[in-house]
Ligand binder design. Structure first.
Ligand code: ZN
Length: 157
């Protein structure tokens, strides 16, 4: 798996973790659940301070073997590929590429893959009720258009 730091500076960091076809190779040692495959958190790499993001690949025929809720964070699940089912407080519905799901901290949630391809998804968690400015309201436009030098080459090679 190709993982390497692309950039690190005062105002940001960038890290390459491999494309979605490589996410099944992620290995995580969950503090309570033990070894997990197909999940990587970005905060340790990017030093995120207001959110946590994970990249997830759930193999065909597999489901997360537990339901869970959160103490204070809401979650947004963004599905990128595969066919899955989401369960929220005992109700289930289908998800596929393009599906987005928001869950309040108290929502008891679960996911399973019902297709023949990996179920690929991102999970973004942030403190519920913490967002004060959304969409473009928080942006500050620069005064000048970007100036680019010659390309430095493709990443991941
Ligand atoms: Zn969660």
């Amino acid at each position: 798996m190709t993982t390497h730091r692309l950039h690190d500076s005062r105002n940001g960091a960038a890290y390459h973790l491999g494309g979605p076809d490589q996410w099944a190779g992620f290995a995580l040692d969950h503090p309570r659940l033990g070894p997990m495959q197909g999940k990587a958190f970005l905060r340790p790499h990017l030093n995120l301070t207001g959110m946590e993001v994970s990249l997830n690949s759930l193999a065909a025929g597999q489901g997360i073997p537990y339901l869970h809720a959160h103490r204070q964070n809401e979650e947004c699940y963004l599905f990128l590929g595969g066919q899955g089912e989401f369960q929220l407080d005992g109700l289930q519905f289908g998800v596929c590429a393009g599906s987005a799901v928001r869950v309040d901290p108290a929502g008891m949630r679960g996911i399973r893959n019902i297709g023949s391809e990996p179920l690929l998804y991102l999970v973004i968690q942030a403190k519920a009720g913490s967002l004060e400015q959304a969409n473009t309201a928080d942006g500050i436009l620069g005064e000048h258009p970007p100036v680019w030098s010659a390309p430095e080459g493709a990443i991941g090679r």
